[in-house]
Design a protein around this ligand. Structure first.
Ligand SMILES: Cc1cc2nc3c(=O)[nH]c(=O)nc-3n(C[C@H](O)[C@H](O)[C@H](O)COP(=O)(O)OP(=O)(O)OC[C@H]3O[C@@H](n4cnc5c(N)ncnc54)[C@H](O)[C@@H]3O)c2cc1C
Ligand code: FES
Length: 241
C-alpha cells in the first residue's frame, strides 16, 4: 500500500467532491485504471473503496467522488494534511493504439475516467468528441473542464441544462475509430446496442478489489469476469447485461 497525503477536498456540487492526493512517486496510471482508497485505520467500513483516476500529474492523483454511503462520506471529510493508504494503479484501462478519432460518452461520475482519457487522447493528437449526460442541472459537474478537448455535447434527462435527453440521443454525424464509455448500467447497455466495438468501463460493488473473492463478477460470453481484475474496461459486446 502507498501512503498519500490529502492536498485538497473541494465540494463541486451537493453530491460530488474532488479529492487531490500527493504521493511520493509518479505512479503514471493509465486512463481507465483505478485505485482502492482505505477509509480509516479502524477498518470500519472494512473494505477499501475503488475510484477511477480523474486526473494525474507527476506526484498528484485526483479523484471525482459522489457521496453515496458511509465510505464516501468519510472521504469527503478528509481535509488538507490528512494521510490515507491507497492501492494502485489497478485494472486494465482503455486501449487506444493506432486510432485517429474517438467518441467519448460519460454519464454521472462516469466522467472521472472519461476526463482522464480525454486529456490523454488530446495530448497524443487524437481527435475527440465528448458526450456528457446528467440527471438534471443540480448534478451537472466539470463541463468547463471538457471545453478544450473538442466538440462537447451535454444532455440532462429533464432538459434543465443544455439538451433534453440522454447521451443515447446524441446524433452521430460522422464515424469514429473508437468509442469509449463509462456511466450507469442502463447507459452502457444502450451504448452496447448503438455501437459495435465500444469499450465500456464497468462499475460493480467490490470487496477484496484484488481478484480473489469473486464478489464483483459480471456475466460475459466468456463466463464470469471480475471487474476488479479482468476490467474495469471491457469490450461492450462480451458483456451480458
Ligand atoms: C472500478 C470502479 C471505479 C469507480 N470509480 C468511481 C469514481 O471515479 N467516482 C465515484 O464517485 N465512484 C466510483 N465508483 C463507485 C464507488 O466505488 C462507490 O460509490 C463507493 O465505493 C461507495 O462507497 P460508500 O461506502 O460510500 O457506499 P456504500 O455504503 O458501500 O454503498 C452505498 C450505496 O451505493 C451502492 N454502491 C456501492 N458501490 C457501488 C458501485 N460500485 N456502483 C454502484 N453502486 C454502488 C450500494 O449498493 C449502496 O446502495 C467506482 C467503482 C468501481 C468498481
Ligand atoms: S472484488 Fe474481489 S474479486 Fe473483484
Amino acid at each position: 500500500m502507498i501512503e498519500a497525503k490529502v492536498i485538497k477536498t473541494e465540494k463541486i456540487s451537493n453530491f460530488h467532491f474532488l479529492m487531490d492526493l500527493k504521493v511520493e512517486e509518479n505512479l503514471s496510471p493509465l486512463p481507465g485504471q483505478y485505485f482502492m482508497l482505505k477509509l480509516n485505520d479502524l477498518n470500519d467500513p472494512f473494505f477499501m473503496r475503488p475510484f477511477s483516476v480523474f486526473d494525474s500529474n507527476s506526484d498528484r492523483l485526483s479523484f471525482l467522488i459522489e457521496i453515496k454511503g458511509k465510505g464516501t462520506k468519510i472521504l469527503s471529510k478528509m481535509n488538507e494534511g490528512h494521510f490515507l493508504k491507497i492501492r494502485g494503479p489497478l485494472g486494465n484501462g482503455f486501449k487506444f493504439d493506432k486510432i485517429k478519432s474517438a467518441l467519448l460518452y460519460a454519464g454521472g461520475t462516469g466522467i472521472a475516467p472519461i476526463f482522464y482519457l480525454a486529456k490523454h487522447l488530446k495530448k497524443v493528437g487524437i481527435e475527440i468528441d465528448v458526450v456528457l449526460g446528467f440527471r438534471n442541472k443540480d448534478r451537472v459537474i466539470c463541463v468547463d473542464k471538457f471545453s478544450n478537448f473538442g466538440n462537447l455535447f451535454v444532455f440532462t434527462d429533464d432538459g434543465s441544462y443544455a439538451n433534453k435527453g440522454t447521451v443515447i440521443d446524441f446524433k452521430l454525424e460522422k464515424t469514429y475509430d473508437s468509442i469509449f464509455a463509462c456511466g450507469p448500467v442502463l447507459m452502457l447497455k444502450a451504448i452496447q446496442r448503438k455501437h459495435r466495438g465500444a469499450q465500456i468501463s464497468l462499475e460493480s460493488v467490490f470487496a477484496c478489489g484484488a481478484g480473489a473473492c469473486m464478489g464483483c463478477v459480471v456475466k460475459s460470453i466468456r463466463g464470469y469476469l471480475r471487474v476488479c481484475k479482468d476490467g474495469p474496461v471491457f469490450n461492450a459486446e462480451e458483456i451480458i447485461f
